[in-house]
Ligand binder design. Structure first.
Ligand code: KIV
Ligand code: ZN
Length: 521
């Protein structure tokens, strides 16, 4: 444990998180998430992998320029070109970090890199020495450390610390570790890397066996003082360690985890929603901490217990993560000042224009829905404000939707969509009203995507609750997701589909910039 017991939070939502299948964020979206992560209190933000594409480079440069309250890191392979490009992107930052990675496991050395161990040590030393010309804030990650020979790993860490690395990272790249064995490996590294006291020891766990958070906590217990994680646990394959799980485990079980983080936990929920909305990756309902069911009590005995004393069945106070759950917002006569005040209580500071837009949507919703809850208001902010600024890709927006259906008649949808500012309409029949609406939208927009997944969640309870729809579509091998919310689930579905089509436009426009293999070292 570090002397203060402080665990540094290294957030890689915008780098490893963005490597989730189907996720592609534009520069404005990355900037919005970056500002939210700064507010959340992360210590280091990994903004991207600049050498992989001009889009990534621009995003990293913009974030390094904008965010002054944290360290902005850029990823690089152990090559001069990668390191120079990474530095070019982050050099305008307040405390920029170069993050170099190179594999150390025999399996990667033999099949991927075709290098000997001595060659790897030379490459690692040379890369860190090169980065040292620019900054002393250098992190070295031993990719696939979890399957590396531990004595060789210790030699690699000694070599890079000698060359000037200030942080050494132990990634369980393939999510192979189990907690007690991971603890043993971290202990071994602490005891057998002679100069480890000169660097921060970091861990980076993937969730292939669902053990990422458990492994990270085991590593902290052995002396790791930096955790690499993502919001909602998004990332390659089964994802990375979920930031909110580690932070809330430390806070909730401080009796056995006597550490602290700089995370302002009341911003966790808003950050989770923003990341889910902009990445298009819905959070599973039973996800720890941030899932919609994480604080829902279904059994009568539990409900009764919570009403008598919250701690009977709740180990976390929902307010601690910024979840003003079930709080009645205001009535339909509420003015913009009351809405503004409520939003501020929820952690959203919006400009006058934005308040105007959200208030208009709020009034429309309050006309349809008896009670408007904080969660509804949050969904409106997400749709009206967070998604709009700078979205270069919003070619399509819904103007109106009319469906006719019921037993005994063939469902028909009439839809009008604004395409590049021009209103166009069409009608179609389908197996159900949603199928009919999607067919009409495809005809109007002249798109030919295939629907891979469709899911609906209720934002709050009650038959007048807003439905939040998430869709995943595929076109010419590109996969994107989209989301939409509305009390009418057919309208929510149409919005989600159009949101996905907008994302698809963006992906197509940027497809040529995307590297084929983003992570080969
Ligand atoms: O999983 C991994 O090994 C990585 C490294 C680049 C840190 O993401
Ligand atoms: Zn990773």
């Amino acid at each position: 444990m570090g002397s203060s017991g402080k665990i540094l939070i290294f957030d890689t939502t915008l780098r490893d998180g963005e490597q989730s299948p189907g996720v592609s964020l534009n520069v404005d979206e990355k900037s919005q998430i970056g500002r939210q992560l700064e507010k959340l209190g992360v210590d280091v933000l990994e903004a991207g992998f600049p050498v992989t594409s001009p889009g990534d480079f621009d995003a990293v440069r913009r974030l390094a320029g904008e965010l002054k309250g944290l360290q902005v890191a850029a990823l690089a392979r152990a090559s001069q070109k990668d390191i120079d490009t990474a530095w070019d992107a982050i050099k305008g930052g307040a405390d920029p970090r170069i993050h170099i990675f190179l594999a150390t496991s025999d399996i990667h050395l033999r099949y991927k890199l075709r290098k000997t161990r001595e060659e790897i040590l030379d490459m690692a030393r040379a890369a860190v020495s090169h980065a040292k010309r620019y900054t002393g804030n250098i992190e070295f990650s031993a990719e696939d450390a979890g399957r590396s020979d531990l004595d060789f790993l210790c030699r690699a860490f000694e070599t890079v610390i000698d060359a000037g690395a200030s942080t050494v990272n132990f990634p369980d790249t393939v999510g192979y570790a189990v907690p007690w064995d991971f603890a043993r490996m971290i202990r071994y590294v602490m005891e057998h890397t002679t100069n480890i006291h000169k660097a921060v020891l970091s861990v980076h766990c993937h969730n292939d066996l669902g053990l990422a958070t458990a492994n990270v906590l085991a590593a902290i217990n052995e002396g790791a003082t930096q955790v690499e994680c993502t919001v909602n646990g998004i990332g390659e394959r089964a994802g990375n360690t979920a930031m909110e799980e580690v932070v809330m485990a430390i806070r909730t079980r401080n009796d056995v985890l006597p550490y602290s983080t700089g995370i302002v936990t009341k911003h966790i929920m808003a950050t989770s929603r923003l990341v889910s909305l902009l990445t298009g990756m819905a959070v599973q309902p039973n996800k720890a901490i941030v899932g919609v069911n994480a604080f829902a009590h279904e059994s009568g005995i539990h409900q009764d217990g919570v009403l008598k004393e919250r701690t009977t069945y709740e180990i976390i106070d929902p307010k601690d993560i910024g979840l003003a759950q079930g709080t009645l917002v205001l009535g339909k006569h509420s003015g913009r000042h009351a809405i503004k005040a409520r939003l501020e209580e929820m952690g959203y500071r919006l400009g006058d224009d934005e308040i105007e837009r959200v208030s208009a949507r709020f009034k429309a919703l309050a006309d349809k829905k008896k009670e408007v809850f904080s969660e509804d208001l949050e969904a409106l902010v997400a749709e009206e404000v967070l998604r709009i600024p700078g979205r270069v890709s919003d070619r399509y927006s819904l103007v109106y939707l009319h469906v006719a259906g019921g037993s005994g008649i063939r469902p028909t949808a009439t839809v009008a969509v604004e395409v590049d500012g021009v209103e166009m309409s069409g009608a179609s029949m389908g197996a159900g009203p949603i199928d009919a609406a999607f067919k009409a939208i495809s005809e109007i927009t002249k798109t030919k995507s295939r629907l891979l997944r469709f899911s609906v969640n209720s934002i709050t309870g009650g038959t007048d609750a807003q439905g939040e729809v998430s869709v995943r579509i595929e076109e010419d091998g590109l996969v994107v997701t989209g989301q939409g919310a509305d009390p009418d689930i057919i309208t929510a579905s149409a919005k989600a589909y159009l949101n996905a089509l907008n994302r698809m436009e963006y992906r197509k426009a940027n497809a040529s910039q995307k590297p084929v293999e983003r992570m080969c070292s």
